[in-house]
Design a protein around this ligand. Sequence first.
Ligand code: PLP
Length: 356
Amino acid sequence: MNGIQFIRTKAPKQKPDKGSLQFGNIFSDHMFVMDYSMDKGWHDPRIIPYGPFEAEPSMMVFHYGQAIFEGLKAYRNMQGEIVTFRPMDNIVRLNRSAERLCIPKLDEEFVWEALKMLLEIEKDWVPDGEGTSLYIRPFIIATDPYLGVRPSHTYKFFIILSPVGAYYAEGFEPVKIYVTDKYVRAARGGLGYTKAAANYAASLYAAEEAKKKGYTQVLWLDACHHSYVEEVGTMNIFFKIGEVLVTPSLEGGSILGGITRDSVITLASSMGYKVEERLISIQEVFEAHEQGRLEDVFGTGTAAVISPVGELNWNDRIIKINGGKTGNFSKMMYEKLTGIQYGKEEDTFGWVKKIC
Ligand SMILES: *Cc1c(COP(=O)(O)O)cnc(C)c1O
């Protein structure tokens, strides 16, 4: 056996009505927890009722932000099975984040076993409405009760689950994006390539400013020249310029390597599109638009899958992409990817992993 202890809840919750599902505000009955200490390593894996836990105010994560997370989904597909999409890539990325933040690594196969066991127990929490899913949030926090900057000696690893609604409840609508050259998200040599909690704290202020101006998200430029495109909010970004798909390369280490990003690159290449991972300046994007060659712009991420961009504002120079309407390529990619996830399209890349 895998040694995971299971304590079933005595107070199962009412499942939400699938029509009223939002994002990230409801949690399932159980969670996975495991502890780390120097002498025992990762130990005491257990699935227990979801709920509060005790923490000392001196706990290191509150003061020095040593925290990382992941995000993936479980889907109820057309065949009625519960499946996940490329889950090992998330687990490997969690370990990459762990290494950068001096957090002890996890056994990847064991985490997969734990996730499968948790999802089997919680299978009734995977909603069955079109576009709905069970969002999976693994995360690790530093738990030493200690003031002083150093890596913690103890940690907690959790996996919590949240049933979520269709991202595009009101249809597949393009978003308006504000390009900031005043604030930066991550610099070369920093934490940009990890899913560290600190990256999101760094992003809030610019996002609030953009919202005040009527924009949904921020497009980040590189921290050195304030000129090369990095990513948008919590998504990677793609530009279709003529017949070529361009996305910023991951080389500098300041951009999060999204699994949706990789899936779009793989799918588009297999369909015969030329995909370029390279530096792309915001100047080049605006010039391509002026020349009438900017056919499509979209963000990619687990939550929305594909998020078409209808407008970009760069220092009050405003361009509308496709007249503010969803591009054909965005729509086609969205249908391909969600088709694979929900079992409507053949999974030729072996991305879908069945739970039960
Ligand atoms: C999670 C995330 C993404 C998207 O990654 P996926 O694996 O596609 O969900 C992109 N950028 C940032 C900053 C992220 O946190």
